[in-house]
Design a binder for this molecule. Structure first.
Ligand code: 26A
Length: 343
């Protein structure tokens, strides 16, 4: 593999500690949760965090969508500090655990720290192949744009070649996202985003559409794409039409077309570029190989980015994304380690 420069890829998002447990489907019903939700915790969800730790066998795993993707990307390229991460944590032991984990996996972590807030956490309720995510952002929600103005961070930001932010982060700091987006545009570098969850397209629509003209590469899964289409009055439920319409939304950097990548579980991944649609098959995993699907989407992005930052073709990016997602589904949460086999 070619040598990659440190700081090539810069990501920004919510660093979260995942508290994961297998629960019975009735537990989801009781709390009015869907099997594949990804939501922000409200007061009524606070008891879930207590109950999980008291009544279930929990695992504590480094999480947070963008941080997961960067850890997977680092795992694949296997050269430390090519990916840098910005996000906000507290100052207790959970912040240390997250930082140590991400650094062990090779990510150059540059956290903003807020000692008056706890590090964010995410309840991961696993039922069979499904996982329901309830995020209590806490410190992550207090990320501020000041972090990007610190000289060292500013240097990192103005030297990166690829910029990646989750849609989730639209709930936290839209000004920071726009700063990333504008920096990418000025420097003619790809600005990459993820729809992250249906609630982003529903309840953070204006913020999402403010970022949209800057987006060079957009990721989403089928439910996120369908929700986006409904919210934008696309008047179609056909994923192929939706993806094409997404590529045609206003775009500021005319040097390259917007590329849209839509995943749909074990159905083919769709790649939209100019007026072409390409489909990439996904081999369904054996039931017995599935541990949990927590982090599968993030791993897909991590695998994709690992090839993209080496300037490999989109075909290669998607194949590596599929391979990374498969590997993560066979493990608990988004945990990396050992050799990555790209076949
Ligand atoms: C703002 N929200 C809801 C979130 C998240 C999130 N990461 C950032 N912001 N909700 C869940 N996650 C993370 O998604 C991963 C699985 O894709 C979880 O921490 C989990 O590791």
């Amino acid at each position: 593999m070619a040598h990659l420069r440190k700081g090539t890829l810069l990501g920004m998002g919510n660093p979260l500690l995942d508290i994961s447990a297998v629960v019975e489907p009735e537990y989801l019903v009781k709390h009015n949760l869907g099997p594949d939700d990804a939501i922000l915790a409200e007061d009524k969800h606070k008891e879930i965090f207590v109950q999980l730790q008291e009544k279930y066998k929990v695992e504590y795993i480094a999480g947070g969508s963008v941080q997961n993707s960067l850890r997977v990307c680092q795992w694949i390229i296997n050269q430390p500090n090519v990916a840098v991460f910005f996000g906000c944590v507290g100052e207790e032991k959970y912040a240390k655990i997250l930082q140590e984990q991400a650094e062990k996996d090779g990510v150059d972590v540059r956290y903003q720290k807020r000692k008056e807030h706890e590090t964010g956490k995410c309840a991961v309720l696993v039922t069979g192949k499904h996982r329901s995510l309830i995020a209590d952002l806490s410190a992550a929600n207090h990320f501020s744009e000041d972090h990007l103005k610190i000289e060292e961070n500013f240097k990192i930001m103005t030297n990166a070649d690829f910029y990646y932010v989750s849609g989730f982060f639209l709930t936290v700091s839209p000004p920071s996202i726009l700063t990333f987006a504008k920096t990418a545009l000025e420097r003619n570098k790809p600005f990459i985003m993820n729809l992250s969850a249906p609630f982003i397209s529903q309840f953070f629509k204006e913020r999402l559409m403010e970022a949209m003209p800057y987006i060079d590469i957009l990721f989403g899964n089928e439910t996120e794409a369908l929700t986006f289409a409904t919210e934008q009055n696309f008047e179609t439920k056909n994923l192929k039409e939706i993806g094409q319409k997404m590529t045609k939304l206003k775009k500021l950097n005319s040097n390259r077309p917007r590329v849209v990548v839509l995943t749909q579980g074990h159905n083919p991944v769709l790649l939209f570029e100019n007026d072409t649609i390409r489909e990439f098959p996904v081999l369904e995993l054996k039931e017995s190989d599935i541990v949990d699907t927590n982090g599968a989407g993030d791993a897909f992005v991590g695998g994709f980015l690992a090839q993209l930052i080496q300037n490999n073709s989109y075909e290669e990016c998607i194949k590596c994304g599929i391979c990374a997602a498969r590997a993560i589904i066979k493990r608990s949460g988004c945990s990396v380690g050992g050799d990555f086999e790209f076949s």
